[in-house]
Design a protein around this ligand. Structure first.
Ligand code: GH3
Ligand code: MG
Ligand code: MG
Length: 320
């Protein structure tokens, strides 16, 4: 790799003396006679090291250093100041302004060669480190994105496996998983849990009259009406075709009936343009888990189903 060294000195003789020290093909020199010329060369070249004289006409080494270090793009380029001064205050000032090293004037050839090589090597290491860091950052970002995508997919799949695809409410599988611990909790904390079994009345006739497409639309709407009339902690399940189950934790029979009645009324007031004059109604069976006389989830569902059957037989559009 060829290193580009920017040589900033107003005296041609000094520049030539420095160039004679490194004549191999690993080093290329750019020459500037003032700070301005040096800045102009930096704008249009990639530079690996700056060798800087301090005393120059127009823009001197201090002003150059200030401007040079003020530009973030050049932050990584090392600067070695060449000075005849043994003045400690000036050296300190140069270091404060961003110089990295010094070399005395007149230059000793061996010293100059070794300084240059050591500074170039350090800057090379630093640049390699920066590259490695950038690569690592890219890799970490890629991995993070990949992980996030997998996580989203997993969430999506889990969501799909617990939901009914038409209405978006929970499916039976989820219900049984959910119910078991809920009943245990209800029993331990001596709180009731109410189950509503809700079935659309004469849904077959509706399908026959308007077609399955409208039937599906009604099912979606129906599930939304149920959800809207319940609490956040209640769950809505599509139990069968046009049959829904809702489970209401910490709700007794009386309050369950009130909720059921609210749903029945809301369904009755449904206005869907595609249903024209047909009135949508539903029948609801209510059953409650009593923590004093605990029963299984299956039993609870069976009782709700029996109540629903009674509601149907009693003329539909009612709560039993
Ligand atoms: P009842 O008042 O006694 O409940 O009468 P019903 O007609 O509602 O009951 P039945 O069980 O005889 O008919 C249910 C109908 O629901 C029959 C079936 O085609 C329809 N169904 C089930 N699943 C779907 C579905 O996903 N979409 C549509 N459009 N119809 C469905
Ligand atoms: Mg029905
Ligand atoms: Mg049915």
């Amino acid at each position: 790799m060829v290193h580009t060294i920017l040589l900033v000195d107003d005296e041609q003789a000094y520049r030539n003396a420095v160039k004679r020290v490194l004549t191999d093909d690993q080093h290329r020199f750019l020459e500037a006679a003032s700070g301005e010329e040096a800045l102009a060369l930096l704008e249009s070249n990639t530079v690996n090291l700056v060798l800087l004289d301090l005393v120059m006409p127009r823009m001197d080494g201090f002003v150059f250093l200030e401007k040079f270090r003020g530009n973030g793009h050049w932050r990584a380029i090392p600067v070695c100041v060449m000075t005849a001064w043994s003045d400690g205050a000036k050296r300190r000032r140069a270091i404060e302004l961003g110089a990295d090293d010094f070399i005395g004037k007149p230059v000793d050839n061996v010293e100059l060669e070794t300084r240059i090589k050591s500074l170039l090597r350090m800057s090379q290491y630093q640049s390699e480190l920066r590259d490695m860091n950038a690569q690592l950052e890219t890799k970490v970002k890629e991995r993070t994105q990949h992980l996030q995508a997998s996580l989203d997919e997993l969430k999506q799949r889990r969501e799909e496996s617990t939901r009914d695809s038409l209405t978006g409410v929970f499916n039976r599988r989820f219900m049984w998983e959910w119910l078991q611990p809920q009943l245990k909790h209800a029993q331990r904390h001596k709180v009731p849990l109410t189950c509503l079994m809700i079935d659309i009345d004469r849904f077959k006739d509706l399908n026959d009259a308007y077609g399955h497409h409208v039937g599906d639309e009604v099912l979606k709407h129906f599930s939304r009406v149920i959800s809207k009339n319940l609490r956040e902690s209640d769950i809505v399940v599509r139990f069968g075709g046009e049959e829904f189950v809702t489970l209401l934790p910490q709700c007794n029979l009386e309050n369950g009936r009130i909720a059921a009645e609210r749903i029945r009324q809301a369904v009755m007031h449904t206005q869907l343009p595609s249903l024209k004059t047909t009135q949508l109604t539903c029948s609801i069976g209510v059953a409650t888990f009593d923590p004093v006389k605990p029963i299984t989830g299956q039993k609870l569902l069976k009782q709700a189903d029996k109540a629903l059957y009674k509601a149907k037989n009693a003329g539909r559009n009612r709560v039993v």
